[in-house]
Design a protein around this ligand. Sequence first.
Ligand SMILES: [Zn+2]
Length: 201
Amino acid sequence: MLGKDEKQALIEKIFAFHTKRAPGIAIGVAMVDLALEKLGPVKDKLNAVCEGQSCLVDVLQNMTGCTYGNKYLRIAKDLGRFAFTLFDRYDGRGIRVYIDIDKIDAEKTPELAKFFTRTRSKEVKEGGPARAESAIKVMNEFDSVGEQIIAWYPVKVLNPEKPPMYPAAQCAECHESFLVLNQGETVCGACRGEIQYFVRQ
Ligand SMILES: [Zn+2]
């Protein structure tokens, strides 16, 4: 497990990477630290599944080397939970870590309770100094309870193996290289009109 100074230095590093001093980062560092300890050594590559698109993604990427780019990190975006699983790609043996909301005492740690229920004040939601103050409150309250609110259990990840490698082809229309997800495709998703995220100016 990380020492106090080591943990603080890591939190600062991830704040910089994330470009925001999000309190979820301090909480996430404690969660990932715990998961790494519980999982122990792996036989193949360490992999992760993050259960939402949140600052936890950046914590996982920094602490585990599982990144979206190297495909060791998957994001189950639509789950929207502040939780993740670290697992061994060899056999899917994993540890799922989450926040036990029932263990958060709204009287003793009110800002922390509001953080996880997204009920912080309007001023906080708008950003600025109120948000920065709230972030410090959330982190201080978390420090006072720490691991008491972090829960975990062992899991076996389904389909832990490496994702398939798709062949590439030159699109018959735009002439760019694209990955052929379905055998026989000769035109990329953009030229098929199926995937559009911009209009050309
Ligand atoms: Zn094309």
